[in-house]
Design a protein. Structure first.
Length: 189
C-alpha cells in the first residue's frame, strides 16, 4: 500500500511542550500486543516482567519505583526519575533544571521492554515453546504525576486494579467502566 498521510499517521501521545529529559514522576502502562493475556497464560513470562521491572533502579542511577502491578495483559507502575513531585511541577511550568541528570522515561521503558523480550525469547527457545517472542505493544501510556493527590489516586487505582478487572479499559471483555480509571486516563497530562 502506498503511503497516504491522511491514513498513515501516528499521533504522539506525549505531552506537548514537556521536556522528557527533565526529572519527573510518571505513571506508566505497558500493554501486550493486541492485549493478549500473556501474563495470565505464561507464568514464566510474568516472572520475567516482574524481575526486569524490579531491576530498573539497578540499571539507572537516580531512578526509583513506587507501586506497580502486573495484570493479565498489561503492567501499571510508577517510576520516579531523579525527582520529587516539586521537580515535576517545575518542569511543567518551565522552571526545571537545565542539565540532564537522568535518563528519559522513554529510555527506561524502552530498555525494560527490550530486556523482557530478550529473556522471554531465550526461555522459549531453550524450552522449545511454540509461542510469540515479541509480546509488547509498540508504544506505552505515560502520565506525568504533578501532585501528591494525583499520586495517591494513581496508587489507589493500581492497588485496586485486580478487583476491577471487569471494568478495566485494557480488558477485551470489559463490562462498564470505573470512575477512578476514567478520571486518571482522561485528565490532560
Amino acid at each position: 500500500m502506498k503511503y497516504n498521510p491522511e491514513v498513515h499517521h501516528r499521533r504522539s501521545i506525549r505531552f506537548k511542550g514537556y521536556d522528557y529529559s527533565q526529572n519527573g514522576v510518571y505513571f506508566i502502562t505497558v500493554c501486550t500486543h493486541n492485549r493478549k493475556p500473556y501474563f495470565e497464560q505464561y507464568l514464566k513470562l510474568r516472572q520475567i516482567v516482574d524481575m526486569r521491572w524490579q531491576e530498573i533502579p539497578k540499571c539507572f542511577a537516580g531512578v526509583t519505583l513506587d507501586k506497580s502491578l502486573i495484570m493479565p495483559n498489561h503492567l501499571h507502575g510508577i517510576i520516579i526519575v531523579g525527582a520529587t513531585l516539586a521537580v515535576a511541577q517545575n518542569a511543567i511550568t518551565g522552571n526545571g533544571a537545565g542539565a540532564r541528570p537522568a535518563p528519559t522515561i522513554g529510555e527506561i521503558v524502552g530498555m525494560f521492554k527490550s530486556l523482557c523480550v530478550h529473556d522471554w525469547l531465550g526461555y522459549i527457545k531453550e524450552n522449545r515453546i511454540d509461542t510469540v517472542g515479541k509480546f509488547w505493544q509498540r508504544n506505552y501510556y505515560e502520565h506525568i504525576i504533578r501532585s501528591e493527590d494525583r499520586l495517591n489516586k494513581i496508587r489507589e487505582y493500581i492497588i485496586n486494579n485486580p478487583l476491577k478487572w471487569l471494568f478495566d479499559r485494557e480488558n477485551p471483555d470489559r463490562h462498564g467502566s470505573d470512575d477512578l480509571e476514567d478520571e486518571i486516563f482522561t485528565v490532560p497530562k
